[in-house]
Design a binder for this molecule. Structure first.
Ligand SMILES: Nc1nc2c(ncn2[C@@H]2O[C@H](COP(=O)(O)OP(=O)(O)O)[C@@H](O)[C@H]2O)c(=O)[nH]1
Ligand SMILES: [Mg+2]
Length: 659
């Protein structure tokens, strides 16, 4: 097992969460608090616990050593550099390294040049279309063959500058200068996207590595990058010790990283071996490295503990030769430890927040039920204790009270039936507003309008209209749910008063989450289209692709919102249902008990003793439930990521020369 794999698997935190969830589930079953609805909640949490997917995104300008870093971590032990890594633009398209069960070792490539229709589609729309991809199988036993297959991600093809421009490779035209321009032609990446299926043990465990080509190429496929950023458990931002932070890196940082959550970012200061000046002492070298780290920390506004000095090249070499000193000196292990910690941390955070969100309302409702049972039983015991003197008449009064309880209970049940009906109606209206067929029609019509726009302002106006009407639809649709949420809250309050209970809580629905996402799409679109400026119309393929991507993101948000709201509808009444179900049982029990007393079937004292035993049991259950709730919220208070960075880094005493 590689060092990184060991670190990744060292995490125990989720095992505890799983145990906790299983014991809560078992306890609920045993104590008859389980229902189909609550079982669904648990299943949902279990699915997220079983989901082994972990995404790591490598972002950097070209030639910073991303591919070499990936090679060292994933293929270091095999001693082969499988991902091509060389000076200049080597990784020319976003490359995903993953393992899909049952699929043969292969590399799938999506051509940049295709029929016009395909060129203007975003990658997400082509994922399922096998005919759009070029696939190469390779054999695992033949490393050279595999490396040869991987080399395809570096392939370029020559096109006229007009075509290069229409595909968005304008900056490349300027960057590559005349050297690459042969007969007025310009090299552009041959492939838009590569998916490598490789049965490596880490990838088999669900790790997905996303290697990117650098700023310009990212701008051409913004969809891939945005999606990767959103799903990433860790983002590795690679800088090179010989260049420091350059302008285009600042741009990359600003456009793709800065806005997001910083806790999942690791910065690698690669190529530190270039600072291993043989005329300098170890102390001096360490000082140089430290200075660079502080500079990066200051410029990017990231704590220095998140910046790792590494030499990917020496790490690769050290692992290929099994040279422990060199491996240690390369700094790779500290970075891998931090990477594993970050991945586990993000994963844990996501799962725990889902578990807390899914289970807390139900557990809270059970706690309330138990509290109420304790109060009621206590009161009933007192009542029975008062019966001694005038047994029958008092019992009769109590029986009357039970009958009243039954009537109140039935009224509350009617409220629930009415609420269920309203929920169903509200949901139907909501879905009608967020109808996918309608949305697709709307998308098609905007796409048509957009493709007919010849000026940048015209384009922006069309897209803006599209965003505005999508946001309006969302607001309208969610307003039905908000109204329902209020109604349910109101009914809960009333029921609390009638039945003398408290703590019935309505799980909130937050429209802002979705509206914010839409607004973010809109803002990022505005930024992008002004960024592309007047050339937008010229780059029509890129433009269509980009708009397609924005629209498919909106479509996904529609789906996600519908799923969330559907789940909300199915669970929002759980606290009240639990309460009523339990109450019905309690009333039956009370009735039977009173009848026994009334008919002198059992001795009053025996009845009281039974109740006291029951009370004791309820108290124990309440303690258990409090314990579960506490443990669950403790799981939610995660430790912050442990910074394990140590800066001292210098060449290994003996091997520095040979390296
Ligand atoms: N000296 C040195 N060179 C490196 C290191 N890592 C990568 N390189 C070289 O930098 C160049 C670009 O590496 P590559 O992995 O292709 O960079 P990418 O474009 O970011 O994926 C290649 O020539 C590598 O050999 C390192 O740690 N030290
Ligand atoms: Mg690369």
């Amino acid at each position: 097992m590689s060092y990184f794999e060991e670190q990744l698997n060292a995490d125990q935190s989720l095992r505890e969460l799983r145990q906790l969830i299983e014991s809560i589930f078992g306890w609920m079953e045993k104590n008859r608090f389980q229902s189909q609805r609550t079982a669904e909640r648990f299943e949902h949490v279990r699915t997220s616990l079983d989901d082994k997917h972990r995404n790591v995104l490598f972002l950097a300008e070209f030639s910073r050593g991303k591919s070499e870093l990936i090679n060292a971590t994933i293929f270091g032990d095999q001693g082969t550099r499988l991902l091509p890594s060389s000076p200049g633009r080597t990784t020319r398209c976003t490359t995903v390294l993953q393992y899909e069960q049952g699929a043969l070792p292969s590399i799938k490539l999506l051509p940049t040049r295709a029929s016009e229709g395909r060129e203007s589609m975003p990658v997400s729309m082509l994922l399922k279309d096998e005919t759009a991809w070029h696939s190469t199988l390779f054999s695992l036993s033949d490393k050279a063959q595999a490396a040869q297959a991987f080399k395809q991600i570096s392939e370029a093809e020559l096109v006229s500058s007009d075509i290069a421009r229409s595909l968005g490779f304008v900056d490349d035209i300027e960057d590559e200068g005349l050297v690459d321009v042969i007969n007025g032609q310009i090299p552009i990446p041959k492939w838009r996207h590569a998916i490598i299926n490789y049965p490596h043990s880490l990838l088999k465990q669900g790790l997905r590595i996303i290697d990117t080509p650098g700023l310009n190429a990212l701008g051409v496929e913004p969809e891939l990058t945005l999606q990767a950023l959103e799903s990433a458990h860790a983002i590795v931002f690679v800088l090179s010790a010989d260049t420091g932070v350059t302008r285009s890196e600042l741009e990359l940082w600003r456009d793709y990283v800065r806005e997001g959550d910083k806790e999942n970012i690791i910065i690698v200061l690669n190529k530190v071996d270039l600072l291993w000046d043989e005329l300098k002492s170890r102390v001096e070298i360490d000082q140089d490295v430290k200075k660079q780290i502080l500079d990066v920390s200051r410029i990017l506004g990231i704590p220095k503990e998140q910046i790792f000095p590494v030499s990917a090249q020496k790490a690769m070499l050290g692992r290929a030769r099994d040279d422990q000193k060199l491996i240690k000196a390369s700094g790779i292990q500290r970075y891998e430890q931090a990477l594993a910690d970050t991945i586990n941390f993000t994963n844990q955070r996501r799962i725990v927040s889902r578990a807390v969100d899914e289970l807390s309302p139900t557990l809270g409702a059970i706690r309330n039920v138990l509290k109420r049972r304790i109060n009621d039983t206590g009161a009933y015991i007192e009542e029975l204790q008062g019966i001694h003197e005038n047994q029958i008449s008092v019992a009769q009064v109590s029986l009357e009270k039970v009958k009243r309880d039954v009537r109140k209970h039935n009224r509350a049940r009617k409220r629930i039936t009415a609420l269920k009906l309203q929920l169903r109606e509200g949901y139907t209206r909501f879905v009608r507003r967020l109808d996918l067929v309608y949305l697709d029609r709307m998308i098609a019509s905007y796409r048509y309008e957009i493709s007919n726009q010849l000026t940048t302002p015209g384009l922006q106006r069309e897209m803006n209209d599209f965003h505005v009407s999508a946001i309006e639809r969302f607001k309208k649709a969610l307003s039905y749910m908000i109204r329902l949420e209020k109604k349910i809250g109101h009914t809960f309050k009333e029921v609390e008063k009638t039945l003398g209970v408290d703590g019935l809580t309505v799980r909130k629905i937050d429209p802002e989450i979705y509206i914010d996402s839409l607004k973010k799409f809109q803002a990022s679109h505005n930024e992008h289209s002004t960024g592309l400026g007047m050339i937008m119309t010229e780059q029509h393929i890129l433009r269509d692709r980009y708009h397609g991507a924005v629209m498919s993101r909106i479509r996904n948000l529609y789906k996600q919102t519908r799923d969330d709201v559907d789940r909300w509808c199915r669970t929002v009444l759980v606290p009240l249902e639990l309460e009523l179900k339990d109450r019905a049982n309690e009333i039956k029990r009370r009735h039977a008990s009173l009848e026994r007393v009334y008919n002198k079937d059992s001795k009053l004292q025996d009845e009281i003793s039974d109740l006291e035993a029951q009370l004791q049991q309820y108290r124990q259950r309440l303690t258990t439930m409090e314990h579960f709730l506490r443990r669950l919220s403790e799981c939610g208070e995660l430790n912050t990521r442990y910074p394990r960075n140590v800066i001292n880094l210098h060449p290994p005493a003996a091997t520095s020369k040979s390296a």
